[in-house]
Design a protein around this ligand. Structure first.
Ligand code: DQA
Length: 145
């Protein structure tokens, strides 16, 4: 049987994971997380397409692409755009591909400005506060959708 395809989209500053505020985000790099998801994907029969951009429009384009490519689901850690981007909210609402919101930290326990999630307003589910494990939990959940 053909593998399901899951897009894993990462937003601004996540290219610096491992170096960036490790007390909040941990010491694993985005490449470490990609390797972890590849392994989990093998078990679950899922092919991973993992990407990162610091530009909001790239994330919008990739959400559209996920639908066009018939992806089974999208895991989206939109970084700070989570809390600012109506364009991402609209993009998620514009596609039928389920989008699962992912965060390493738990934004609801941090500064007030992180308590609003435009991504969460449209996402099918949210996994946050489990460090890098948030991604694997989200992938396991995506496999069941
Ligand atoms: C984050 C949480 C956001 O508030 C923050 O802007 C990030 C990372 C997380 O994964 O915990 O860049 O999405």
């Amino acid at each position: 049987m053909a593998k399901k395809l899951v897009y894993v989209l990462n937003g601004p500053n996540l290219n610096l994971l491992g170096l960036r505020e490790p007390e909040i985000y941990g010491t694993q790099t985005l490449d470490d997380i990609a390797a972890m998801l590849e392994d989990a994907g093998q078990e679950l029969g899922i092919a991973i397409d993992m990407r990162q951009s610091n530009h909001e429009g790239h994330l919008v384009d990739w959400l559209h692409e996920a639908q066009a490519e018939g992806a089974h689901a999208v895991l989206l850690n939109a970084g700070a755009y989570t809390h600012t981007s109506i364009a991402l909210l609209d993009a998620i609402r514009s596609i039928t591909t389920p989008v699962i919101e992912v965060h390493l930290s738990d934004p609801t326990t941090r500064e007030d400005f992180r308590h609003v999630s435009f991504v969460g307003m449209a996402a099918a589910q949210t996994f946050q506060g489990h460090g890098a494990q948030s991604y694997t939990l989200a992938l396991e959940s995506a496999a069941k959708l």
